[in-house]
Design a protein. Structure first.
Length: 216
């Protein structure tokens, strides 16, 4: 089917190979990629997408963070991963479908603020965003904060009630700067509902943290 099945096998094996010897931080490791692939499959099924589109979404999902595995850096990773995918799959997947995949990878990053140019792109954005939320999201934000040199919270004002939010310094601030905003940026209703459910898990975690810190 337009080289998509062959391309999917190639993308999956390439991702496994690159992440096996990865320089990526744990928050963006192979387990993140596997979860995003699974979430893409789930959203695609819920939307009733045709097989061709489902295959394109899955190819894009396997490769969406591959440059992080290669370089160990998130800098411009969406564009860099898209270029890797284009080189890897050129001549395997027919050009019109490859362009959709490459564009979806380019557009997946929340920080880039890109509107999805296709349903494939919309689903990848939603799946990647969902993996930043809920129980897994709590794991990821703590691990990423630690690997980036952030402390957990400001000792004098843990929940930024008397200061400006600064998620470059404090991990707790990242919940408010980015994570709690993600649901409204979801492209699909199914992802939006799941995002709000996961946000409640994170709010419960922060409320318990507030309670525990009040005792110290």
């Amino acid at each position: 089917m337009e080289g998509l099945e062959e391309g999917l096998t190639l993308a999956r094996e390439y991702a496994r190979k690159m992440f096996r010897k990865s320089k990526a931080p744990p928050s963006h490791g192979y387990d993140h990629v596997v979860r995003v692939v699974g979430l893409c499959r789930w959203i695609s099924r819920e939307l009733g997408m045709e097989r061709r589109e489902r295959l394109m979404v899955e190819v894009a999902a396997w490769l969406h963070d591959v440059s992080i595995a290669i370089t160990g850096s998130k800098d411009d990773h969406a564009s860099k991963s898209a270029r890797v995918a284009e080189r890897l799959l050129s001549g395997v997947i027919e050009r019109p479908f490859l362009e959709i995949i490459v564009r979806a990878i380019e557009e997946h990053s929340w920080r880039a603020g890109r509107n999805p140019s296709s349903t494939v792109s919309a689903v990848l954005q939603d799946a990647d965003g969902l993996d930043a939320l809920g129980s897994v999201g709590i794991f990821r934000v703590i691990v990423y904060g630690a690997s980036s040199g952030r402390v957990f919270y400001d000792l004098d004002d843990p929940f930024a009630e008397r200061r400006a939010l600064d998620d470059e310094a404090y991990t707790v601030d990242h919940f408010y700067v980015k994570l709690f905003k993600l649901p409204k940026y979801m492209n699909t209703e199914v992802a939006r509902k799941e995002a709000y459910r996961r946000i409640e898990v994170m709010k419960s975690f922060l409320e318990e943290l507030r309670r525990e810190l009040s005792l110290t």
